[in-house]
Write a protein that binds this ligand. Structure first.
Ligand code: HEM
Ligand SMILES: [Cu+2]
Length: 537
């Protein structure tokens, strides 16, 4: 039974692995290109590479990992006889969507970057592929909700196990967020097929960011699932509090969506009132992250105290720095602290106008999604793969170095991107030297970023070797039982209000509708000119 469940999860996790390996290869090429070491050939130009990188990393790697992770924690925290039809159906639909979109990008018919902003116009099959991919994720969401409902029905009065609860909150949030993509595709697909004459550019962008910001929190929630439920086990620690964890996930569910206009500070057609309102909610959604920082440090300290350790350094030293599954998330947490500072800058209108569309932004999201998110997932994979396959991890020492290299590479790359961005270096450009007229000061930072990119590529190749090596070289025999972190004594039971997952989902839907009703009305009131669309490539 459990073996059948594991196979679905393995498919998701190894597909994510394939995506990050190919994505990293393209990423390294971009770094080298910006350092003027590599020149993309005309038949596979820089922007096609960049579209492939953005889509593979931000959409394919992250989503496949999170669907795998969420299924895993749900299956293992709600053990029962089940069939895996939905898990597989979701997987194949997601994969079909990805392949359809990927073919169009590779063929040069969809060089629209991962934000697919209109009026750039891709082949309709690119958008259809994206829509199919989203539908696949909904099937996975249905599988997770179905298991939670089954548990409720069969265990009346019992709280849903925390790992399944956190997975459920993540996918409720995802479902609300992806309604934005559906709305956008409703406009883009007929337009790309030529059935409509034009598209409302501002509206499609707003719908994109209605989805685009919660997408970021979908990644973060994936990382938090690991930090709360799994990581404490690595240092024999506890979850700080069951109730606080549920509160964190409910706050993320509520506040991840009504903030998206903070990506549109520089866009016309949305009044300052709505930009301000979304700024306030943006600062609000930082609160569950502060709670998380507190809960994690408290959990570290309490575990250290149990060993008789006191104070900051003794606590730090007591943590398992030789375990790659711990180091991935832990280094990720460190990078998140840096990302948080940058985020404050981006969220402040006046400062954001200085860094808008510069490589600073790229530095910021690599230190966040490449740090706490990707590095947590890579680390957790080292724990999960043996639990799924029954095979011991191949070359754990390599795995440890992989996490260290990723940390160093990400620091090098994103630090230099931040500084070059402050000096005005733009993002999304192949011709970084502006045909010789660009300021010379950027060059050193572009070179350092490229070096960081190569370190990252090395790191991911090592990851792939360990992940595949485990399957090929090691024999079965590893203990496959999973124990999730248990709450500290006295904090086991959350108030009933924090158990009502689906009711909070309804509140989140209303909050999202309220936050966008105003800007939407403004836009429909001033629809502008429908854009026929263009291919700039
Ligand atoms: C292997 C390490 C990586 C390297 C070397 C790398 C390198 C780069 C570079 C140089 C750019 C900027 C290109 C430009 O603006 O002209 C970029 C953009 C981007 N990267 Fe990465 N990256 C890496 C990992 C990741 C990861 C792990 C993610 C997300 C999970 C990610 C997501 C993105 C996205 C979404 C963009 C923006 C694409 C766009 O502008 O449309 N990258 N990357
Ligand atoms: Cu955002």
């Amino acid at each position: 039974m459990i073996l059948r469940e594991n196979r679905v999860v393995i498919a998701h996790i190894y597909t994510a692995t394939a995506a990050i390996v190919v994505g990293a290869f393209f990423g390294a090429l971009q770094g080298l290109s910006r350092a003027t070491v590599f020149n993309a050939p005309a038949w596979f130009d820089y922007y096609r590479i960049l579209t492939m990188h953005g889509v593979l990393m931000a959409l394919v790697f992250t989503t496949f990992f999170i669907t795998g992770l969420a299924l895993f924690v749900t299956y293992r925290s709600i053990p029962r006889e089940r069939n895996t039809t939905l898990g597989w159906a979701g997987y194949w639909v997601m994969l079909a969507g990805v392949l359809m979109a990927a073919v169009e990008i590779l063929a040069g018919n969809a060089t629209v970057l991962y934000t697919f902003y209109a009026p750039l116009k891709a082949s309709p099959w690119f958008y259809v592929g994206a829509a199919i991919f989203i539908i696949g994720t909904w099937v996975i969401a249905a599988e997770i909700f179905g298991n939670i409902l089954w548990f409720r029905k069969n265990n009346p009065g019992m709280p849903v196990p925390l790992p399944a609860f956190t997975a459920g909150a993540t996918f409720l949030m995802w479902w609300i967020a992806t309604l934005g993509v559906v709305g956008e595709m409703y406009l883009l697909i007929p337009w790309a097929f030529g059935w409509t004459h034009g598209v409302n550019v501002m509206l499609t962008r707003m719908l994109f960011w209605y989805f685009g910001h919660p997408l970021v929190y979908f990644w973060i929630m994936g990382a938090y699932i690991c930090w709360y439920n799994i990581v404490p086990k690595f240092y024999n620690g506890n979850l700080f509090s069951d109730g606080l964890t549920r509160l964190t996930f409910i706050m993320l569910l509520l506040l991840s969506t009504p903030v998206g206009i903070h990506h549109e500070f520089m866009e016309p057609g949305i009044s300052a009132t709505w930009k301000m309102l979304h700024t306030i909610t943006t600062y609000g959604v930082a609160i569950p992250s502060f709670i998380t920082a507190f809960a994690i440090f408290a959990s570290f300290e309490l575990a250290a105290r149990r060993l008789g350790k006191r104070g900051f350094w003794q606590t730090v030293q007591s943590l398992p720095w030789k375990n790659p599954a711990f180091c991935g998330p832990a280094y990720g947490m460190l990078l998140f602290i840096l990302g948080g500072f940058g985020g404050l800058v981006n969220a402040s209108y006046s400062m954001d106008s200085l860094v808008h569309n510069t490589i600073w932004i790229v530095g910021h999201f690599h230190v966040t999604v490449g740090g706490p998110v990707a590095l947590t997932f890579l680390g957790i994979a080292y724990w999960m793969i043996p639990k799924l396959t029954g095979r011991a991890l191949w070359k754990p020492a390599w795995a440890l170095w992989q996490t260290r290299l990723w940390f160093i590479g990400m620091l090098l790359m994103s630090f230099s991107m931040h500084i070059a961005g402050l000096m005005g270096a733009p993002r999304r450009t192949a011709e970084i030297s502006y045909f010789g007229s660009a300021p010379n000061e950027w060059a050193a930072y572009n070179a350092t970023a490229a070096a960081g990119g190569l370190v990252l590529l090395t790191s991911i190749v090592i990851f792939a070797c360990v992940a595949v090596g485990t399957l090929l070289a090691n024999k079965k025999g590893e203990d496959m039982t999973v124990e999730f972190a248990q709450p500290l004594e006295g904090s086991e039971r959350a108030p009933a209000m924090l158990q009502a997952l689906f009711r909070w989902g309804l509140v989140a839907l209303v909050a999202a509708a309220l936050a966008y009703a105003g800007p939407l009305l403004e836009m429909l009131h001033n629809p502008g000119f429908p854009a026929p669309g263009m291919r700039t490539w």
